[in-house]
Design a protein around this ligand. Structure first.
Ligand code: AMP
Length: 399
């Protein structure tokens, strides 16, 4: 079966077409600047990427262009869209009701529309992508895979914030958690690699990218996670502050006259690695500057690594044990300096890495960086959220 996976952002649409028999990516690409010009990059294995500048008025136009490229004589990989067996959509937020990946029906779309207020950035483009697909391929099974659903079993004392309870009851303010598809994928991959039932493992998965989150996975289920009501909570990120004293917000508003939107902008887009260093949100640039002696870049690295370390300690305590730590996403997979800083002086928890292996790791494959005889296994596992979405989509489409 061939599965098309779509990930719609506010002005972008990412796609991947999988052949599920061979777990192969037949083609993938990105539509950018939707609604403000438009550009498409289309890639196939062993072929030069094809790029074009073209007017992409909305997500529907972008999707039409993707489908015609997938079927085109020159750049295509299928003869017609009838070869596509189902479509899987990445949807960031499933709210409290959509607890698992779901076949998209009218009521699913309606529910997604009702939770736009708590998901204002990612909700509208995801809904636009789904609607465009339903219009262009009305007979095809469409599946929504939610970043939040891995956290649907988290216990209330871990998702309720200590603020008046009516804000949860009336306004649905609670921890939801994000990046769930990535944490689910890498924890399942690790169990496979270790050859152990996931039900017997206590794993901490560190998804460290431009956005970062850390999750405690006990027996295959997420029991706690660092992101919360929004992807703003948790450790310092590329441009996001992560958790800070909430009074900083009101203090800034009162003393500087900032509006709510302005403070949100500062905490979302001007903080994190960028805010601390004043240089860049990109961990590669921060590392380079820190190595060259830039004190604020050094500070950014320390703050990031210390935040990860604290979460690992907290989650080992919550799980009452730890079998494995996984590093994934852009920073987790590539930045050995961050992994080293996180894992040094963690032997009391059983985390001991081989510093040589960690520095000389092989990119793009699961890689064991544990020290010989370490109690806790520490691995780098490349994430593959799109493949996980394709697997869920196939399972539901063939049910
Ligand atoms: P992501 O959001 O998962 O794409 O991760 C982006 C972050 O990973 C940025 O801070 C990058 O600096 C960092 N990174 C480091 N090395 C690489 C690499 N080789 N490829 C992609 N991202 C990298």
């Amino acid at each position: 079966m061939k599965i098309l996976v779509l990930n719609a952002g506010s002005s972008s649409l990412k796609y991947q077409l999988f052949n599920m028999e061979t777990a192969e990516v037949l083609a993938k690409g990105l539509c950018e600047r939707i609604g403000a010009g438009g550009a498409v990059t289309h890639k196939r294995p062993n072929a030069q990427p094809y790029t074009e500048e073209t007017e992409l008025a909305d997500h529907g136009v972008a999707l039409s262009r993707v489908l015609s490229l997938l079927c085109s004589d020159q750049y295509g990989v299928i003869k017609s869209i009838d070869e596509i067996g189902a479509v899987g959509h990445r949807v960031a937020h499933g709210g409290e009701q959509l607890k698992e990946s779901s076949v998209i029906t009218e009521s699913v779309v309606k529910y997604l529309e009702t939770i736009v207020p708590i998901n204002p950035l990612h909700g509208p483009p995801a809904i636009a992508g789904i609607k465009a697909c339903l219009k262009l391929m009305p007979t095809l099974t469409q599946v929504a895979v939610f970043d939040t659903s891995f956290y649907s079993d988290i216990e209330d004392f871990r998702y309720i914030y200590p603020i008046p309870y009516e804000f949860y009851e009336n306004d649905k303010i609670r921890r939801y958690g994000f990046h769930g598809t990535s944490h689910r994928y890498v924890s399942a991959e690790l169990a496979k690699i270790l050859g152990k039932p996931i039900e017997e493992l206590k794993i901490i998965t560190c998804h460290l990218g431009n956005g970062s989150s850390i999750t405690a996975v006990d027996g295959g289920k997420a029991i706690d996670t660092s992101m919360g009501f929004t992807p703003q909570e948790g450790i310092a990120m590329g441009t996001r502050s992560g958790s800070i004293d909430p009074t900083v917000v009101t203090y800034l508003m009162k003393t500087k006259g900032y509006t709510a939107n302005e403070v949100e902008d500062i905490l979302n887009k001007k903080s994190g690695l960028l805010g601390i260093s004043g240089l860049s949100n990109d961990c590669r640039n921060i590392t380079e500057a820190a190595n060259a002696g830039n004190k604020r870049a050094e500070l950014a690295v320390k703050i990031l690594a210390n935040g990860i370390k604290k979460h690992i300690g907290a989650y080992a305590a919550e799980m009452n044990g730890l079998d494995a730590v996984v590093f994934t996403a852009g920073i987790g997979e590539n930045q050995w300096n961050i992994r080293e800083k996180v894992c040094e002086n963690m032997s009391y928890l059983g985390i001991e890495i081989d510093f040589d292996k960690n520095r000389n790791f092989t990119r793009g494959i699961p890689f064991d960086i544990s020290k010989e005889g370490a109690k806790v296994a520490t691995w780098i596992i490349p994430t593959d959220e799109e493949y996980m979405i394709a697997i869920d989509t196939q399972r539901l489409a063939t049910k």
